[in-house]
Design a protein around this ligand. Structure first.
Ligand SMILES: [Zn+2]
Length: 427
C-alpha cells in the first residue's frame, strides 16, 4: 500500500499546477464570445483557477504575477465539444473489437484520446455515451490524467434493437447466454423502465442523459431513422432526469423520432439529419438546441466508399447521411434554430475536433457564430454559467491561436496555448 500511495502522490505532482501565484496572460487580441467580436490587446489576471481581472492593453501592470506572453496571438475562451465518445474511435476493426476488448482496454485508449482533445483547445467536452466517461472525468478532476473537463452521460439509453442496444448484431447463442439487456445496461421498453434507467445513471455518476431517439448510422441494424421511443417514454426520461438536475441529449436522424424528442422536452437534438420545417419551428418555440455533428456526417460518408470499412448493413446508411447533415444544418441556421458545437468524435479521430469549425463555415455559418457555438452556446447547453467567456469570475479556460479565425477559419487548427482551470497544458 505505501508504494501505491507514493505512486499516486507522484502522479499528482506531475499534473498539479506548478505555481500558486497569479499569472498574467497577455493577449494580442481577445475573442469576445458574447458579441462574437475580436477585441484589441488585453491582459487576463488568473489566480486560483479563475480569471480575476480582464484589463485593457497587453502591457497592463500586474505586480509580481508570472508572465505569459501571447501578444502576437489571439486568445479565446477554451472550446467545448458537446458530443464526443472518449472511450472509442471507429476503425474497420470496431465491430469485432466489441467482442475482444475489455472495459479496461477502452479506458487506456480513452486516456490518450482525452489528452489529444485538451491539446487541440477543447477544455470541456460532453461525453455522450460510453461507460468510461464518469470514471475518466473523476481521474482528470483528481489531477491523475490530462484531459478536458468532462460532462459524462455514461451508457446511452436505447430501446430493444435500437441504436445503443449493446447486443445488436449478436448471434442467438450469445444473446441467449447473456440474456436481454435491461435498464441497467441502458435498454428500456416502458415508462417504468425509462425512469429506472435514468436513476441507474444517477447511481453510476452521470452528469447528463443521452437517449437514442431514432436508429443510428453505425449500429448493426437496418434503419438509421425509425422512431425508437414513445413520447411517454421520452417524457418519463426527461421528467426523471430533471429530478436529478440532468439535461437530456437526444440522438435523432428521422423526423418522427426527432419530433417526439422535442415534444418530450429534451435539451438538444444531435445530428438532426431529416429535420423538417415543422420541427425547426417547434425547436425555436421550445428553445431546443441543435448540435449538427458535421464531422461525423462527413467522416462516415467518406468511409462508406471504402470496401470493408463498415459492415454491409451499415454502409448504405453511412453513404446517405453525410451530405444531408450539412444541408440540414445550413437550413436550420438560416431559419434561426440555435446551434451549438459537437463533432461526435469517436466516430472521427479524437484531437481533430476543431475541423468542425471549418465544416460549419463551409456550410454558410459565420465564423464568429461557429466560435460562439463552442463557447457561450455550449455553456448554455450544459446549463453552467462559469465558462465559455473570458470575464472576471469565470473559470480560467483560455486558448490562443496563431492567427485570426474570423479572417481565415483554418486558424482553428493551429492552437498554440491551452490553459484549463488556470493550469497551463500547452505553450
Ligand atoms: Zn454520438
Amino acid at each position: 500500500m505505501p508504494i501505491r500511495r507514493h505512486l499516486a502522490a507522484l502522479l499528482l505532482l506531475a499534473c498539479a499546477p506548478a505555481w500558486a501565484e497569479p499569472v498574467a496572460v497577455r493577449c494580442g487580441r481577445l475573442f469576445d464570445a458574447r458579441s462574437g467580436q475580436l477585441k484589441g490587446p488585453h491582459t487576463l489576471v488568473v489566480a486560483d483557477g479563475r480569471i480575476q481581472q480582464v484589463v485593457s492593453g497587453a502591457d497592463a501592470e500586474t505586480g509580481g504575477a508570472r508572465q505569459v506572453d501571447l501578444r502576437d496571438k489571439v486568445c479565446l475562451p477554451g472550446w467545448t465539444d458537446l458530443h464526443v465518445h472518449l472511450g472509442s474511435q471507429s476503425s474497420p476493426q470496431s465491430y469485432s473489437e466489441g467482442f475482444r476488448l475489455d472495459p479496461v482496454d477502452h479506458a487506456f485508449r480513452a486516456v490518450g484520446y482525452a489528452e489529444k482533445t485538451l491539446m487541440a483547445g477543447f477544455t470541456s467536452v460532453r461525453d455522450l455515451g460510453g461507460e468510461v466517461g464518469p470514471h475518466l472525468r473523476d481521474a482528470i478532476n483528481q489531477g491523475l490524467l490530462k484531459g478536458p473537463r468532462i460532462f459524462a452521460a455514461g451508457k446511452s439509453i436505447a430501446t430493444t434493437g435500437g441504436h445503443a442496444d449493446p447486443t445488436n448484431g449478436w448471434n442467438d447463442q450469445l444473446s441467449h447466454l447473456v440474456g436481454p439487456p435491461g435498464p441497467t445496461e441502458g435498454v428500456i421498453n416502458s415508462v417504468d423502465q425509462a425512469r429506472q434507467a435514468v436513476r441507474q445513471r444517477y447511481k453510476d455518476g452521470s452528469d447528463v442523459i443521452k437517449i437514442t431517439a431514432t436508429g443510428g448510422v453505425l449500429s448493426y441494424a437496418r434503419s438509421g431513422d425509425a422512431p425508437q421511443f414513445t413520447v411517454d417514454e421520452i417524457k418519463a426520461i426527461v421528467d426523471t432526469a430533471h429530478d436529478y438536475g440532468f439535461r437530456v441529449a437526444a440522438h435523432a436522424h428521422g423526423t418522427e423520432g426527432m419530433k417526439r424528442a422535442v415534444l418530450g422536452g429534451v435539451t438538444s437534438i444531435e445530428h438532426g439529419t431529416y429535420m423538417d420545417e415543422e420541427i425547426m419551428g417547434l425547436m425555436k418555440q421550445r428553445g431546443t438546441w441543435y448540435i449538427p455533428t458535421f464531422y461525423a456526417g462527413r467522416f462516415v460518408t467518406e468511409k462508406a466508399a471504402i470496401d470493408g470499412y463498415f459492415p454491409e448493413v451499415v454502409r448504405p446508411k453511412a453513404a446517405r447521411i453525410g451530405a444531408l447533415i450539412s444541408q440540414t444544418a445550413a437550413r436550420a441556421y438560416r431559419s434561426g434554430v440555435r446551434i451549438a458545437f459537437g463533432t461526435d468524435q469517436g466516430v472521427g479521430p479524437h484531437g481533430d475536433n476543431a475541423r468542425e469549425f471549418i465544416y460549419m463555415v463551409e456550410a454558410g455559418i459565420p465564423a464568429a457564430y461557429a466560435l460562439q457555438a463552442a463557447t457561450v452556446h455550449a455553456a448554455q447547453v450544459l446549463g453552467v454559467d462559469d465558462q465559455g467567456v473570458l470575464e472576471a469570475g469565470k473559470r480560467a479556460d483560455v486558448i490562443a491561436l496563431a492567427a485570426n479565425p474570423l479572417e481565415d477559419i483554418n486558424a482553428v487548427m493551429d492552437v498554440r496555448f491551452v490553459m484549463k482551470d488556470g493550469v497551463i497544458y500547452r505553450q
